[in-house]
Design a protein around this ligand. Structure first.
Ligand code: ADP
Ligand code: 5GP
Length: 213
C-alpha cells in the first residue's frame, strides 16, 4: 500500500441507471480487480428474490425496523423505489471514509441527491445510459430474472430515471461492457487524485520546499 492510499479520504461512488442498463455487471467487474472497493449494502423492505442472500445483496427488514433506522438517524439516505423503501446505512460509510476505502452505491437519483447534501466533497456520481430503449428491454428479457409484466413496469420507469441524467458528474453509454467498465476505472483513478482528496499534500509540499535536499 502506498502513501497516498494510506492517507487519502475514501470516495463514495454512485452508479445510477434505469434497471437493466448494467450497474450490477459493471460493479462486479470493478470490484473483481480492485478489492479495496466495497459495495454499500442497503436496507430494504422489499421481499427477498430467489437467489438473493440476506446481508449480502440487501439487509431485508420489515417496515417497523426500517422506520426505526430512520428515527435513530442510521441511514445516510432513503427513498421509496417501486413501492418499497430502500436506504444506505450511515455507519459503514463513515468508517470507509475515515479509513480511505472507497464505497460503491447502486442507488437511485433520490438517494444520490440526499448523499450530495451530506457528503458532497466525497461523492462521485456516475450515470449509466443504455444504447437504446430497445436494447435495454432486450437486456432485461435476456437477464431472465423478471416476469414480462415486471419488465414492462421497469421500462415505464426507465424514462423517469433517465430524466435525471444531468444531475450526475459523469454520464456513460454502456454499449460495450468492458469499455464502459474501463471508463469507470479511469474516473475512479482520476477522482482519487483530486487535490482535496489528498490532505497529506500540505505537509508533503511544506517538507518539499523547506528541505530541498
Ligand atoms: P442493472 O444492475 O443496471 O439492473 P445488470 O447489470 O443486471 O443491470 O444488466 C442487465 C443485463 O444486461 C444482464 O444480463 C447483463 O449481463 C447484461 N448487460 C450489461 N451490460 C451489457 C452490455 N454492455 N452488453 C450486453 N449485455 C449487457
Ligand atoms: P431492486 O429492487 O431491483 O434491487 O432495486 C430497485 C432500485 O432501487 C434500483 O434502481 C436501485 O438502484 C435502487 N436502490 C437500491 N438500494 C437503494 C438505496 O439504498 N437507496 C436508494 N435511494 N435506492 C436504492
Amino acid at each position: 500500500m502506498d502513501h497516498a492510499q494510506r492517507t487519502r479520504r475514501g470516495l463514495l461512488i454512485v452508479l445510477s441507471s434505469p434497471s437493466g442498463a448494467g450497474k450490477s455487471t459493471i460493479s462486479r467487474k470493478l470490484m473483481q480487480d480492485d478489492p479495496t472497493i466495497t459495495m454499500s449494502i442497503s436496507a430494504t423492505t422489499r421481499p427477498m428474490r430467489p437467489g438473493e442472500v440476506a446481508d449480502v445483496d440487501y439487509h431485508f427488514v420489515d417496515d417497523d425496523t426500517f422506520q426505526k433506522l430512520i428515527d435513530t438517524d442510521e441511514l445516510a439516505e432513503w427513498a421509496y423505489v417501486f413501492g418499497h423503501r430502500y436506504g444506505s446505512p450511515k455507519e459503514p460509510i463513515k468508517e470507509a471514509l475515515k479509513n480511505g476505502r472507497d464505497t460503491l452505491f447502486d442507488i437511485d437519483w433520490q438517494g444520490t441527491q440526499q448523499l450530495e447534501y451530506a457528503f458532497r466533497t466525497d461523492l462521485v456520481r456516475i450515470f449509466i445510459l443504455p444504447p437504446s430503449m430497445a436494447v435495454l428491454e432486450q437486456r432485461l428479457v435476456d437477464r431472465g430474472t423478471d416476469k414480462d409484466e415486471v419488465i414492462q413496469f421497469r421500462m415505464r420507469r426507465a424514462a423517469a430515471e433517465i430524466g435525471h441524467w444531468a444531475e450526475y458528474d459523469y454520464v456513460l453509454i454502456n454499449d460495450d461492457v468492458d469499455r464502459c467498465t474501463e471508463k469507470v476505472r479511469a474516473i475512479v483513478a482520476a477522482e482519487r487524485l483530486r487535490r482535496e482528496r489528498q490532505p497529506y499534500l500540505l505537509d508533503f509540499v511544506r517538507n518539499l520546499v523547506e528541505k530541498p535536499n
